[in-house]
Design a protein around this ligand. Structure first.
Ligand code: AP5
Length: 222
């Protein structure tokens, strides 16, 4: 019988490195990366209904209303590629009610990874973050500068990456984190995110490899 694809959730404060680790996870495990932040930013730049509803909340560093985000995520999760290759959900659920929405649909990950990074590091990571609108790649002015002057010239800053807005995003994260963690306690794995991205990935990689091994084992037994 066929091995069931992996279902992974990655969480952590703003700028804890979720997107950066997801790039590496996708490269190795081929999961479909579903980032609600990326999906919403794409809706905003395309000027869709969803984008127009989401824009002000995002620019202010607040959460977009649950019903907007939940409909978007569940539609994406039910697409063929996600069912076929497995998924990597990044930035969702972000509130207890979002976690409940997934529960009602019987959507549960195999593992819940939280990247742990001290507050003072997060501010600097956000303020220094730059995005390449062409490739979608994430840079940082000090930590990960762009490879060429051509890339450097086109990098953009997110409107919610000012020090003030990062502080309020962090506060919202902390208000919600506990309730979400309780939903996934039995599959929770904290990873120290205040190290080089390669060292962090070593831990993430071994956690996911373990999950994959378990799936192979249970498939053989069944
Ligand atoms: P979202 O895009 O999800 O933002 P976030 O959770 O605040 O996370 P970030 O994208 O800021 O950071 P990250 O953890 O991916 O870090 P990254 O790898 O980029 O959401 C944005 C907004 O959308 C929300 O505020 C909300 O309005 C809305 N939204 C999204 N989901 C929603 C939901 N479910 N419900 C309601 N609203 C929702 O790294 C950050 C920086 O650090 C980069 O510059 C990177 O190069 C650098 N860096 C990464 N790793 C390292 C390392 N190990 N060492 C040094 N530097 C590093």
């Amino acid at each position: 019988s066929k091995i069931e694809p992996m279902k992974v959730m990655i969480s952590g404060a703003p700028a804890s490195g979720k997107g950066t680790q997801c790039e590496m996870i996708v490269q190795k495990f081929g999961l479909v990366h579903i980032s609600t932040g990326d999906l919403l930013r794409a809706e905003v730049s395309a000027g869709t209904d969803i984008g127009n509803k989401a824009k002000e909340y995002m620019n202010a560093g607040c959460l977009v209303p649950d019903e907007v985000v939940t409909a978007m995520v569940t539609a994406r999760l039910s697409q063929e590629d996600a069912k076929e290759k497995g998924w990597l959900l990044d930035g969702y659920p972000r509130s207890f009610s979002q976690a409940q929405s997934l529960g009602k649909l019987n959507i549960r990950p195999d593992i819940y990874i939280v990247l742990d990074v001290p507050d003072e590091i997060l501010i600097d990571r956000c303020v220094g973050r730059r995005l390449d609108p062409v490739t979608g790649k994430i840079y940082h002015i000090k930590n990960f500068p762009p490879e060429t002057d051509e890339i450097k010239a086109r990098l953009i800053t997110r409107p919610d990456d000012t020090e003030q807005k990062v502080k309020s995003r962090l506060q919202i994260y902390k208000q919600n984190a506990e309730a979400i963690l309780s939903t996934y306690k039995d599959i929770l794995n904290k990873v120290d995110g205040n190290r080089s991205k390669e060292l962090i990935f070593q831990d993430v990689d071994s956690l996911l490899s373990q999950v994959q091994k378990e799936k192979v084992k249970t498939t053989k037994v069944a």
